[in-house]
Design a protein around this ligand. Sequence first.
Ligand SMILES: [Zn+2]
Length: 383
Amino acid sequence: MVSEKRLLELLKSLIRIQSVNPDLTPGGNGEEEIARFIGSYMESVGLLVRYQEVAPGRLNAIGVLKGTGGGRSLMLNGHIDTVDVEGMTIDPLDPVLKGDRLYGRGSFDMKGGVAAMIEAVNAVVDSGTPIRGDVVIACVCDEEYASMGTEAVVREYVTDAAIVTEPTANRVCVAHKGFAWATVEVTGKAAHGSLPSEGVDAIMGAGKFLSQLDLYARETLAARKHPLLGSPSVHASLIEGGSNLSTYPSRCVVKLERRTVPGEGRETVEREIEMVLQAVKEKDPQFQASADVFFTRPPFEVSTDEPVVRAVSEAVSETLGRKVEYVGSHPWLDSAILAGAGVPTVILGPDGYGAHGAVEYVHFPSVVDTARVLFSAISKIAG
Ligand SMILES: [Zn+2]
């Protein structure tokens, strides 16, 4: 049985240990201390524990409950890094419980989910229920920046199924968006401001590109609809160009972000930016530009018929007595890396408020519910 008291104590301990991602926030203290704490905790539960140091001070803590053999293996995956605590209007490291809300940085994103998955396995060990498949608890670093943690995990641990415990209000999340970052460089020709016949204004060119891009977003992208995620999108994030007031700018660089839905990949993004550039060129033969899609993360989708999705859905309806709701998540999550490694993955975690915000809390009863759902799902999948 899941112990509410033990779960609350564990979650409070996790909130008290700062674990700010240092790549996101220079000076952030990283995940070593929290990983070591979780490792010792999992050892005391009886799991085989090891650490993966993916960079100095950046650790994954992995705990394995060995199965008796012949069953499906399952990974529970959650990140232990948080965003910055600067600007918070609550004490980020003091886990105060007010009513049902437990406050603190990371309570919601996502130490609540991490505590729930550890407590679920603790409850399995307590119950003495024999488990045939291995259950792997992966507490990973760096999800908030470059996902080095889960990338290191899938190099060594490929299980038959995975559950990522990011917050979903205990709804079953089966899809999320991907993204692509691109640079578009518009080339003009520098000339004295008084000589329009000699200069080509790269910033004006970028303006034409941006209005064509806007048209593409409103017409092409808006018409594309994913049932859970809605439409893909694009926005201009950064722009730079020009040297002084009296000179035609020879260069203007626009950096943009394209959020993708399942079915769209890097090639889609490259091809469509090229189409936009081509459309500008047709109207303005002087227009010259090149595009580079320099970083992508794929979108994620899993079928509701996948055994792990079915098991978690059954666990939700049996444990919480609720109709299962399938949802999509807008932000990108580590689940895409697990899926990319061939591991059928689903996302389920607690409810709360304020991920990356000035006030953050997790709804504690929902953390208990997550732990109970996971406890039930473990025996359905690995039992
Ligand atoms: Zn998160």
